[in-house]
Design a protein around this ligand. Structure first.
Ligand code: ADQ
Length: 454
């Protein structure tokens, strides 16, 4: 059997696996269940220039990482990846801060990764590269003579051609996609937008099954939604129900309904509109005052990028306004934390919640929506309020689907969720659980690797 090689910008440290691990580490665990290699950035900034590859072995997996130097980090990670590609692919052209030197740094880092990775590869390895930081990596590997099957998966959305053309030297990036044998997207919409770009901008012909004949071979674009380990997460949630944290949270609610939001603190997640929506709920439906408590856990993220500092200030202000306007001496309507919390704690909190609020302005998939569903109690489930612009909405139509740009619509959905009869909650959640327990992390890995090996 071919060895699986995973490449991602951040490589989880081996002791991050298990219950404490984040989305990608859990999602890809199945791909490496029989061992393999996981290659990428260590998360460390080297003092001088780039360092040697460091290797750690655990459970049959080799974790091979390299450090970045400060200049690489600034141009590649903060610059092109997170100040150009991230806003572009989340439909936020106005937030793009493009610099040619950042694009050069992005290509250079990919070239460095390719040189280090090529030395690690065996001839029949299946190489699966992840996300927008590493789009040119396949092309750089090909330049070094690597003949292995190369797959790429984009975790974030793709944009229509009319938006993509805003990217300076975008053709170069599109051609880089063509170096892969398989390119995966979260949804069919992202896949179609990508193929439109390939046809309209590069002038190549895409077949209906997503195959494209390129100058160097064949590339196939597929839609393959990522999922979670739903059973594992459900078990975690059942156990966490009795944990001291969940008990303390429940005691602090004194019988009020819990609304929960869990996100990275990122402008794509629609947090300001969500805060406004909660204010509208309390304003337009005063019957819920003192009866609900909204807990927003927003882990700080990418604090080196100025837009992320700005959104944090905006949320601090909005949270203050809502509490200043509506709080009573024994009721704080909005609890807002900017720390990450452990997965056990999260699982218990989701289960305790009456409403899961997932309202990104754009999102590749959104795993929080799936975790919330997996964590629910079948006998007394909560309600998911979900943005129509999260990839997850393609599959989770029994959620209350909202337009995240309209705070009033979100407020109305919250009201509907709060008054929803138990039978309807059960019925909707049973259907949602059916999807989340079928389209799992395991199925995601299996389907992608099947396409890659074909
Ligand atoms: P993210 O933008 O990071 O991922 P998401 O899919 O929601 O978004 O995954 C976040 C993960 O981190 C979840 O497992 C969640 O539990 C955890 N997490 C988020 N906030 C947290 C907090 N405050 N405390 C603790 N844990 C927290 C990108 C894309 C998504 C896509 C994923 C996977 O942007 O669209 O779904 O990759 O492909």
């Amino acid at each position: 059997m071919a060895r699986i090689v995973i490449v991602s910008n951040r490589v989880p440290s081996p002791n991050e696996r298990g219950p404490r691990a984040g989305g990608l580490a859990v999602g890809l665990a199945d791909a490496l269940k029989d061992g393999g290699l996981w290659f990428g950035w260590s998360g460390e900034i080297a003092k001088t220039s780039r360092s040697e590859v460091k290797r750690v072995e655990a459970d049959g997996i080799t974790y091979a990482t390299i450090d970045l130097c400060q200049e690489d980090y600034d141009r590649f990670y903060v610059g092109f990846a997170n100040s150009t590609l991230w806003p572009l692919l989340h439909f936020r052209l106005g937030l793009i801060d493009f610099k040619r030197e950042d694009l050069e740094g992005y290509i250079e880092v990919n070239r460095t990764y390719a040189a280090a990775l090529a030395l690690e590869l065996r001839p029949d390895d299946l190489v699966w590269i992840h996300d927008y930081h590493l789009i040119p990596l396949g092309q750089e590997l090909r330049k070094l003579g690597v003949k292995n099957r190369l797959g790429f998966f984009l975790h974030i959305p793709f944009v229509p051609a009319s938006l993509f053309t805003a990217l300076p030297q975008g053709n170069q990036l599109l051609r880089a996609f063509c170096a892969y044998d398989v390119v995966g997207f979260q949804t069919d919409e992202h896949r179609r937008d990508f193929l439109d770009c390939i046809e309209q901008i590069l002038g190549l012909k895409a077949e209906s099954d997503g195959q494209v004949e390129t100058s160097t071979g064949r590339m196939q674009a597929i839609a393959n939604p990522i999922g979670i380990d739903a059973r594992g997460f459900a078990a975690l949630a059942t156990k966490a129900e009795r944990s001291p944290e969940t008990q303390r949270l429940k005691a602090s609610l004194v019988g009020r309904a819990l609304v929960i939001g869990v996100d990275r603190l990122d402008y794509s997640k629609g947090l300001p509109n969500r805060f406004d929506a909660f204010g509208r709920l309390l304003n337009s439906f005063p019957e819920h005052r003192q009866k609900v408590s909204y807990l927003q856990i927003a882990a700080r993220s990418r604090e080196d990028v100025s837009e992320y500092q700005a959104i944090r200030r905006e949320l601090d202000r909005k949270a203050g306004n809502i509490n200043g306007r509506f709080a009573e001496f024994d009721w704080v309507p909005l609890r807002y934390m900017t720390r990450a919390v452990g997965r056990n704690t999260l699982a218990g909190f989701y289960r305790a919640a009456r409403i899961g609020l997932v309202t990104p302005l754009r999102d590749g998939m959104n795993l929080v929506a799936k975790e919330f569903i997996a964590a629910q109690d079948d006998n007394d489930p909560g309600v998911l309020v979900l943005s129509r612009f999260a990839g997850a909405a393609e599959d989770l139509s029994e959620a209350l689907i909202v337009n995240p740009f309209d705070p009033d619509e979100i407020a109305e959905a919250m009201h509907q969720a709060l008054i929803m009869p138990l039978d309807e909650r059960k019925d909707r959640m049973a259907r949602l659980r059916g999807r989340v327990f079928t389209v799992t992390a395991e199925a995601y890995c299996r389907e992608f690797l099947k396409a890659l090996a074909a």
